[in-house]
Design a protein around this ligand. Structure first.
Ligand code: BTN
Length: 244
């Protein structure tokens, strides 16, 4: 199906741009912008989105997916982008559920939201932010975690147009594949990029913390953690993973 591309020089949040299309009963949208005034991250965080430096885009798709499969979708998206970056000789890694890291610093994040949660096909909002040419400077004090950009890592300036194309084409295909097979056949590949695989980690939850060793994911996208009680599985939400 044809994709409607919505390009705006400045927008609040491309996730909201897509929600607006959904309200008008339009889907298959790619919203992309140069700058976000209210870029959002997961868990209520801000996503720093300065003008003309990075990639900020959102796909608005109607997918034939049961709600139960959705938690895996953001992992499939992260994996697709990570694979493409590695093809471009960027040693990108994954941090569950869907952060992308280079040398232990965050370079990209994914914010999946739902519209009309219990409808089928379900309308999904897949927001992607990737730090491309952003340098340490005036906009970046607000970032509350270790971060990097493709440019900081590689020492060169990247074409955002070219990258948008290189990243999004395999992404559509991988999302399509995900709707057919879920994460089946992807678990080992995901693990091969897992920043914390076989490493000691802590899971931070609203009311407690669990320590263990990272054992990758299962087919549903749950995190596997080896603790004193054996291998336990954890699903999304409010969990955040930290190194020791
Ligand atoms: C995270 O790691 O916390 C997720 C960050 C997601 C940022 C992208 S940028 C494009 C889209 N629009 C938003 O407001 N957020 C996502």
């Amino acid at each position: 199906e044809l994709l409607t591309v919505d390009y705006q020089v400045v927008s609040d949040s491309t996730n909201d741009t897509v929600k607006q299309y959904f309200k008008n009963n339009q889907s298959n949208i790619l919203a992309i912008t140069e700058q976000q005034l209210a870029g959002r991250g997961r868990r209520g965080r801000q996503w720093v989105s300065p003008f003309a430096q990075n990639l900020y885009f959102t796909l608005g798709l109607e997918l034939d997916l049961p709600i139960s499969e959705l938690s895996g979708l953001s992992l499939a998206v992260g994996l697709s982008l990570t694979e493409t970056l590695n093809r471009l000789a960027i040693p990108a890694k994954l941090k569950w559920p869907n952060d992308i890291y280079i040398e232990g610093k965050k370079v990209a994040g994914i914010l999946v939201e739902l519209d009309g949660a219990f409808d089928s096909p379900c309308r999904v909002i897949i927001g992607v932010g990737i730090n491309i040419n952003m340098q340490v400077g005036q906009h970046t004090q607000a970032i509350d975690q270790d971060w990097t950009s493709l440019s900081i890592f590689s020492g060169k300036i990247w074409s955002r147009t070219q990258l948008a194309q290189q990243l999004s084409e395999p992404l559509y295909q991988d999302i399509e594949l995900f709707t057919q097979h879920g994460l089946k056949n992807k678990v080992e590949l995901w693990q091969s990029y897992d920043h914390f695989y076989r490493r000691p980690i802590r899971l931070i939850m609203p009311n407690n913390e669990i320590a263990g060793v990272g054992r990758g994911i299962d087919e549903s996208g749950a995190l596997l953690l080896e603790t004193a009680n054996g291998i336990e599985r954890f699903i999304g939400g409010e969990i955040s993973v930290r190194g020791m």
